[in-house]
Design a protein around this ligand. Structure first.
Ligand SMILES: NC(=O)c1ccc[n+]([C@@H]2O[C@H](COP(=O)([O-])OP(=O)(O)OC[C@H]3O[C@@H](n4cnc5c(N)ncnc54)[C@H](OP(=O)(O)O)[C@@H]3O)[C@@H](O)[C@H]2O)c1
Length: 273
């Protein structure tokens, strides 16, 4: 299967590297980018195309890895070059199928990988437009499975799904960074020791939950015995953290809504030209 990637920045490069590492030959992997510099970095693992149109023409499955502000330019360029059975996959979550279909009326998907793709543990979220069929689902799943698991959601659930999977490594890191900074103020242990202890505990807790099929509440029940020390800490978290979690989702989902509105404006503005 021929895979095309338009935009070889952070996401496009990651996809090209993962596909190549999974065994896709350079002759089956086509890349295009606006500037030449990022193409040089991937030229050893793929076939460099002279234009976006060339990548679109070659691909059975085409990944669009450009920022929202650049998406319309790319779509205008490739609109007529995507071959009918090809599947076009946007890596951008905020541009709706309704907008994409103004330029690409065929088979469309969106894919949201997570940074954990770098260790083959992404839970990549995908959704499809009405034109895509089961063979498109299988095709995309087969291609993305080199980065981890693939989960299909309805388009309307991709926002919260992205919070839980794609944003979550950042949220988890931010929460535990606060905990480590606080621990530092109460101990002579070094910052590195604290981080190592917490990171190892974090990974092992996840693995324990998986191995024993334990829920978060069951873990709390096992560790925080009534009247004990852990229970003091979990009580504070139960009292004070819900407000922060609520506010976090309120703000991230609002930001998502504004980003989608801005994307809509970019597309509609061009329509009026
Ligand atoms: N799914 C996820 O988990 C996830 C995470 C982050 C981002 N994203 C989404 O993925 C997309 C790419 O993000 P990124 O972080 O990879 O951005 P990035 O690092 O800025 O890369 C964007 C690339 O697009 C290229 N480009 C811009 N206009 C182009 C055009 N007209 N034709 C060809 N190439 C063009 C840029 O080329 P130059 O070298 O010339 O600048 C750059 O290499 C965004 O829509 C972003 O929202 C998804």
């Amino acid at each position: 299967m021929k895979i095309g990637v338009i935009g070889c920045g952070s996401m496009g490069k990651m996809l090209l590297e993962r596909f190549s590492a999974a065994g896709t030959a350079a002759s089956e992997l086509f890349a295009a980018n606006r500037g030449a510099e990022k193409l040089r970095a991937v030229s050893g693992i793929c076939t460099v195309c002279g234009s976006n149109r060339e990548a679109a023409e070659k691909a059975d499955i085409l990944f669009l890895c450009v920022r929202p502000a650049d998406m319309k330019t790319v779509l205008e360029e490739i609109g007529h070059s995507v071959r009918e059975p090809a599947l076009t996959v946007s890596l951008n979550g905020s541009i709706s199928f309704r907008l994409l279909e103004q330029f690409l009326p065929g088979r469309l998907a969106k894919a949201i990988p997570s940074v954990t793709a770098e260790i083959g543990r992404s839970q990549t979220l995908v959704c499809f437009n009405g034109r895509a069929d089961d063979s498109d689902r299988e095709k995309l799943k087969a291609v993305l499975s080199c980065m981890g698991s693939v989960t299909e959601l309805p388009e309307r659930e991709m926002g919260m799904g992205s919070e839980l999977v794609s944003c979550m490594p950042g949220f988890v890191a931010a929460i535990f960074d606060v905990i480590c900074q606080s621990a530092k103020r109460h101990t002579a242990l070094s910052e590195e020791q604290i981080a190592e202890m917490v990171t190892e505990t974090l990974c092992a807790t996840g693995e324990l939950m998986r191995a024993k099929q334990m829920s978060f509440r069951e873990v709390i029940g096992r560790v925080a015995t009534k009247g004990g020390i852990t229970a003091e800490g979990t009580a504070v978290i139960a009292e004070q953290f819900p407000a922060a979690a609520e506010e976090m989702f309120r703000r991230t989902l609002e930001k998502r809504r504004i980003t989608a509105e801005n994307a809509e404006r970019l597309f509609t503005g061009a329509e009026a030209d």
